[in-house]
Design a protein around this ligand. Structure first.
Ligand code: BG6
Length: 482
């Protein structure tokens, strides 16, 4: 359904995500003239605010979370904002909400950034008050359930009022510039695709390392853990983009068709192929930090670190392990994909004393954050007269995106995703079959953990996780990229 919404209804408008990401993203889009002048934004939450109160609230959030040089037209932006208080569980409140939304000329985009336990009541309220018509689309923020069964319940509730082409499930990693660049790298260059398979790739590593701890999300995080919070969504989406077949074109159906095939080809993982960890006290960049249970206030077995050796059972990836690891309070913040190629089939340098006969394989490192860069390591000859034999060394061919594209404004993921929601492009949103394939695989891991009573192993904050995560790779002769 192609329409650009002229009303945006934000549920959870006074929440943390709204303050840090949604309001700053909308203000940035406004400043760059990317929002149509008619677009009105209606915030809703339980807070007892009126329009002016919400504008004051939004101003404070923008001043806190938006760089000063991007806040130029903040005053005009704030005038787009309206507020309607709502208790999502009270059916009677939705009539007033519908009145506040009014009658959009073109269409309505709704964004649900509330606890999933409220989704069902919210959808019912929206439906009863006439806010789910054919020119309404809905964006859903994670977490969409805690397992396959609960995610199905949410998906069923949403599907009762919206058909799939009007449902936009957010995985904010898909809004990141470098994640999209992965598609450009793979499918706009001829040289990678012929090598992108088991014949030429030895293994792939995907790391999403954070230095932050609980960040006050006590209630949510302890019930989720790293497997559900990071692997089920962000890491599996990265894996799917790395591993998928070339889609026939860059559109929502073609790209998502290919991703879901990968997700459905993930082999069930055994307990020995996983590591669970939880941070103990330690230090991050010289600063002492408490253990997870101290932050939480009580002992817990929730994992803050996961490492997994995954396999994709299809022709392209037969025998190629994908090593995944993610954790909180790790050594430093980095998200990267490392593609390790196989060694050359025959080294002509074996007789060369100086090089020791070794030709380390090529490696492609796609840095997603905090640095956006692509580095291809190549073997080169060390300059010299080589009296002791030829000397070889690995050298990087390095593209720093910030230098290559110094002009264009760098945008945060939610700018892109909110604009796509308003304009109706689903390419960077997750389809129901993808989410369910993701949960299916994750649930099987949790079953294996429960069956084996696999406890989370402590690791000192500021390290790379439990030593068993290093062993997981080293057993196969693989070293994690650091
Ligand atoms: C969220 C997780 O989805 O992603 C958080 O719930 C995590 O626990 C965050 O910190 C990481 O996002 P980013 O963009 O900072 O890598």
């Amino acid at each position: 359904m192609s329409f650009t919404a002229d009303r945006l209804l934000l549920f959870g408008a006074t929440g943390d995500l709204a303050q840090r990401m949604l309001l700053p993203s909308l203000c940035a889009l406004h400043a760059d003239g990317l929002l149509s002048p008619e677009l009105e934004i209606i915030g809703t939450a339980r807070a007892d605010l009126d329009d002016q109160g919400f504008r004051n609230f939004a101003r404070a959030a923008l001043e806190k979370f938006m760089p000063a040089d991007r806040r130029g037209s903040m005053g005009v932006f704030l005038n787009r904002l309206h507020f309607q208080p709502l208790d999502a569980t009270q059916t009677g409140h939705y009539g007033a909400l519908a009145k506040a939304v009014g009658t959009p000329q073109k269409g309505l985009a709704i964004f649900l950034s509330t606890a999933p336990s409220l989704f069902e009541a919210t959808i019912a309220g929206l439906a009863a008050s006439g806010l789910t018509g054919p020119t309404t689309r809905i964006g859903l923020e994670k977490p969409l359930g805690t397992d396959l069964a609960s995610s199905r319940l949410i998906n069923d509730a949403v599907a009762s009022a919206f058909p799939e082409p009007r449902i936009f499930r957010i995985d904010h990693y898909l809004g990141k510039e470098t994640v999209q660049n992965l598609l450009a790298l793979r499918f706009a260059n001829i040289m990678f695709e012929p090598l992108w398979n088991a014949a030429h790739i030895d293994h792939v590593q995907i790391t999403v390392a954070e230095t932050v701890g609980l960040e006050g999300r006590v209630g949510f995080y302890d019930g989720a853990g790293a497997l559900r919070d990071m692997v089920q969504n962000h890491m599996l989406q990265l894996l799917a983009l790395v591993a998928m077949e070339p889609p026939s074109s860059y559109n929502a159906t073609a790209v998502r068709d290919e991703k879901v095939k990968v997700l459905r080809s993930l082999r069930r993982v055994s307990a020995e192929e996983t590591v669970r960890g939880q941070y103990a006290e330690g230090a991050i960049t010289g600063q002492a930090v408490p253990s997870y249970s101290d932050e939480l206030g009580h002992p817990s077995d929730t994992e803050t670190f996961v490492a997994i050796k995954a396999h994709i059972d299809n022709w392209r990836w037969r025998g190629v392990p994908f090593y995944l690891r993610t954790g909180k309070r790790l050594h430093h913040r980095v998200t990267e994909i490392v593609v390790n190629f196989r060694p050359v089939p025959h080294s002509i340098f074996v007789g060369q004393k100086a090089s020791g006969g070794s030709t380390p394989p090529n490696q492609l490192v796609i840095g997603i954050q905090p640095e956006e860069n692509v580095t291809l390591s190549l073997m080169a000859k060390v300059p010299g007269l080589d009296r002791d034999g030829l000397r070889l060394r690995r050298v990087p061919l390095n593209i720093a995106m910030a230098d290559a594209f110094a002009g264009p404004q760098r945008r945060i993921a939610y700018e892109r995703l909110l604009l796509d929601l308003i304009e109706g492009d689903q390419t960077l949103f997750v389809r129901r079959d993808e989410v369910e394939a993701q949960w299916d695989w994750i649930d099987a891991i949790r079953t294996v953990w429960d069956a084996g009573g696999l406890a989370a192993k402590p690791y000192p904050a500021g390290t790379w996780g439990p030593t068993s995560a290093i062993a997981l790779a080293e057993r196969d002769g693989v070293t994690w990229h650091e």
